[in-house]
Every structure is written in structure tokens, then in C-alpha cells.
Design a protein around this ligand. Structure first.
Ligand code: PMP
Length: 285
């Protein structure tokens, strides 16, 4: 038995969950999405994810066919139908079926797809050993192209940077913006620790307004850390006491090497490990 997938107005069997080859989500990456976690059967930060989804949709002039509360209910129904206790939800809204031309206005009906499944996590030992990363040559999308604040179905910019990392035997790459400031990793936000303070780029530097980022900022402040959003350079990363990434799938993960330079002691630092612990406790509280 496959999964039960939400497709527009109801749940269907995975084998029946099909969309048109003329869907502009496929033809042009024209659509928006969210990746959301389920912890102990509860959808984590659903309201924040839905708000981001609707903001992304608004930015690309895509009108969602359902109200936010209805969509929240559909997400929960999909999780329930698949009996997901700890897992991952992929919520997509595509522009819908159109013609081969670019014109989105001919697509009359946006398609809503909700997939709730088990999650593939980084192996536990990576959280103890930390990740090695490189600086990508591929620049993060300029904010006047597709704003990195839009979580769109077109991830080619990130994929090109990810390929650079994979080519060098690493899992992640740091992306910089058109001014040379740190933007984000290919699927995660970036933080560093310097003199006991947490620094992270403002979203205007070219990053997604990560939900995990917001939660970690809150947890850090609640635990007495100063958190400053400011532009960061590659030198700031080389000079950092600790670096870590935040994201829905990765949660909080330490970086121990960047561009061949060891970060801190070469193991995830104490602030990183403390915040990972606090985050893990919070998601199940
Ligand atoms: N940046 C990018 C490019 C992402 O795709 C993601 C989500 N995987 C993030 C940052 C982290 O955001 P969130 O914490 O909301 O998952």
C-alpha cells in the first residue's frame, strides 16, 4: 500500500496522485512550496509555514484556491491518514494546467498537493562530528531576479551550488549574494558564533526567512544569548568560533570546516550543541 496523497479536494492513493504534463509547476517551476516537520504526531509551526506559503504565493501572483484554515485542516488530515508520528510534509501549490507558453494567466486552477511521509535525516553521527562545507561559486539569486524570500518550486540556483559541494565530496555549500555577503546554505540558514554572540545574515542578504531560524533565534535569546542580524563576509566565517546551519530537515547542525579551514576546535562547538539540545526539547514540548 502506498501513501495517501492530498490532491486538491481530497485524499487519493499514491498511484492515483497525478497531475498534467502541462502543469506550469512542471514546465516552468511555477509554484511555491513548504517543507514541514511532524513531531510526536503534531505538525510543527504549521501557522508560520502557511503564512510563508501564502506570502510566497502572493509574491508570484498565485492565488490559492483555499483559505489558510482549510489548508491547515487538509495538512492535518493527510498526516492522520498516513499515520505519521514523526515525519516530513511536502506542501506544494503549482500554477496549474496551462499551455506550452509561459503565460501563467491561462492556468485557471492552482493545484494543491500534500505529501506526508517518513523523513530521511542526516545520520546522527554528523551532528556529533559536524559538516564540512565549501563556498559556492554560484551566487545566490539576486533579489531583483527571484527573491530568495520566495520559496518557489524553482531551486536551480540552490541545486547548482549543491552540485559544487557534492563534486568536492561535501553535503552543503555556503552561498554568497551579489555583494559578496553570506546569504545562506543551499537548503539551510547560516549562523556563526563570535565572542559568545550569535550572528546571522538578515533575510535581505538573500536568504529564506527560515522557520527554524526564527525558532532558534527565539530559543537563543530566551537562553541569554545576544543574536544580531547583520551582513557577514566569507572572512567572518573563516574567523568564527562556531558555525551552524538551521533548517526544517537538518534542525541545528554544526560546521567544522569551510574551504579547507577548520572551524573552532574541529568539532561542533558548545553553543551549537546547546542550541541543538534546546531545539530538540522544544519541538517535543
Ligand atoms: N534556505 C533555503 C534555501 C531553504 O530551502 C530552507 C528550507 N529547507 C531554509 C533556508 C530553511 O528554512 P526552514 O527552517 O523554514 O526549513
Amino acid at each position: 500500500m502506498g501513501l495517501k496523497i492530498w490532491l486538491n479536494d481530497g485524499l487519493v492513493e499514491e498511484s492515483e496522485a497525478k497531475i498534467s504534463v502541462f502543469d506550469h509547476g512542471l514546465l516552468y517551476g511555477d509554484g511555491v512550496f513548504e517543507g514541514i516537520r511532524v513531531y510526536d504526531g503534531k505538525v510543527f509551526e504549521l501557522q508560520s509555514h502557511l503564512e510563508r506559503l501564502y506570502r510566497s504565493a502572493r509574491a508570484i501572483r498565485l492565488s490559492l484556491p483555499v483559505a489558510m484554515e482549510t489548508l491547515a485542516d487538509q495538512v492535518r488530515q493527510t498526516v492522520g491518514a498516513n499515520e505519521i508520528n514523526d515525519g516530513y510534509i511536502r506542501l506544494l501549490v503549482t500554477r496549474g494546467t496551462g499551455t506550452l507558453g509561459l503565460n501563467p494567466l491561462v492556468c485557471k486552477q492552482a493545484q494543491v498537493i500534500i505529501i506526508a511521509d517518513e523523513i530521511e535525516l542526516y545520520p546522527r553521527e554528523l551532528y556529533e562530528k559536524g559538516l564540512r562545507v565549501i563556498s559556492a561559486n554560484t551566487m545566490r539569486n539576486h533579489p531583483l531576479t527571484v527573491s530568495p524570500q520566495i520559496k518557489s518550486l524553482n531551486y536551480l540556483n540552490n541545486i547548482l551550488a549543491k552540485l559544487e559541494a557534492l563534486d568536492r565530496g561535501m553535503l552543503e555549500a555556503i552561498m554568497y549574494n551579489h555583494m559578496g555577503y553570506v546569504a545562506e546554505a543551499t537548503g539551510d540558514n547560516v549562523f556563526l558564533v563570535q565572542n559568545g554572540r550569535l550572528l546571522t545574515p538578515p533575510v535581505e542578504a538573500g536568504s529564506l526567512d527560515g522557520i527554524t531560524r526564527q525558532v532558534v533565534i527565539r530559543l537563543a535569546r530566551d537562553n541569554g544569548y545576544e543574536v544580531v542580524e547583520q551582513n557577514l563576509t566569507r572572512f567572518n566565517l573563516y574567523d568564527a568560533e562556531e558555525i551552524f546551519l538551521t533548517g526544517t530537515a537538518a534542525e541545528v547542525i554544526g560546521i567544522v570546516e569551510i574551504d579547507g579551514r577548520q572551524v573552532g576546535s574541529g568539532k561542533p562547538g558548545p553553543v551549537t550543541m546547546e542550541l541543538l539540545e534546546k531545539f530538540e526539547a522544544y519541538v517535543r514540548s
